[in-house]
Design a binder for this molecule. Structure first.
Ligand SMILES: [Zn+2]
Length: 276
């Protein structure tokens, strides 16, 4: 198909999708369509709009002279000689045409805008979903970094305590209520206390284990301990530098939240190996 044919026929695409061509013109246009990608794309792009138009408005019979007038309006050319033009009373007919065109144009614009707004809303919804997902990932990444920092700080401080020149070790033995329990405390006056325990019985509801550093003056609470499901505890505990030298360490079962002085059964008791 030559480009001359394309130039003559491309303006028909609108009328074609509106079903406003005569049978002959439709045949000619469809013949051209087979070989013209540009016109084919135009038809495809108009398809959804026309489908919506067909649903939105009752089908009107276009005035007989609509096509040539529309074509001359669109192309700025006089109606083509290949399309026969009837010449009815221009004053009466033009009013019909103008009204029909205005209505069609208004509906066309409304349908295009409606389609655009639907696509825009879908896009916004999709982007909002992506934003939520990314925010969630950022929060989770932050949390992981915090967790890693905490673990690293804990490992550093554990290592610091275990490498302390003034390190003392206390072995704690299970008592009557927990004969299988064992624990070790590593204490540095300068760096703090590392405490590990195994085989502690599960905590009864509303109770907690409490670790005591027993000095000549009084037992001093070193903190509350909750074993994991295997009955194990690993804790790194800061101790005040002016803590009096312990003569013993003990773990008792106390009400949740802890108590200022031991009240419950002793589960673990031990005395320093030497030198404290
Ligand atoms: Zn074409």
């Amino acid at each position: 198909m030559t480009s001359t044919a394309h130039d003559e026929l491309r303006d028909l695409s609108g009328l074609y999708v509106l079903g406003a061509l005569t049978a002959d013109e439709r045949a000619t246009f469809e013949e051209h369509l087979r070989s013209c990608a540009e016109c084919k794309a135009e038809i495809v792009s108009l398809g959804p709009v026309v489908g919506a138009l067909a649903l939105a408005v009752p089908r009107l019979e276009a005035p007989a002279d609509l096509r040539p007038r529309l074509l001359s309006q669109v192309s700025g050319r006089a109606p083509s000689a290949t399309i026969p033009v009837e010449r009815p009373d221009p004053a009466v007919r033009w009013a019909d045409v103008a009204g029909w065109l205005a209505a069609a144009a208004a509906i066309f614009v409304a349908v295009v805008l409606a389609g655009y707004s639907v696509r825009l809303r879908d896009r916004v919804t999709r982007l909002e979903g992506q934003l939520t997902e990314m925010t969630l990932q950022a929060v989770m990444a932050d949390r992981q970094v915090t967790e890693i920092r905490r673990t690293a700080a804990e490992a550093r401080s554990t290592l610091g305590i275990l490498a302390a020149p003034d390190l003392a070790r206390v072995e704690l033995a299970g008592q009557k209520v927990a004969p299988r329990a064992r624990a070790r405390a590593f204490w540095s006056r300068a760096r703090g206390l590392v405490f590990t325990a195994t085989d502690l019985p599960p905590l009864p509801a509303g109770k907690v284990y409490q670790l005591w550093v027993v000095t000549r003056q009084a037992p001093i609470s070193a903190g509350l301990l909750t074993p994991d499901t295997a009955g194990q505890i690993t804790a790194v505990i800061e101790t005040p530098p002016d803590l009096p030298s312990p003569i013993a360490m003990a773990v008792t079962l106390e009400p949740a939240g802890g108590v200022p002085a031991p009240t419950g059964d002793k589960y673990l008791v031990g005395v320093p190996a030497a030198g404290l």
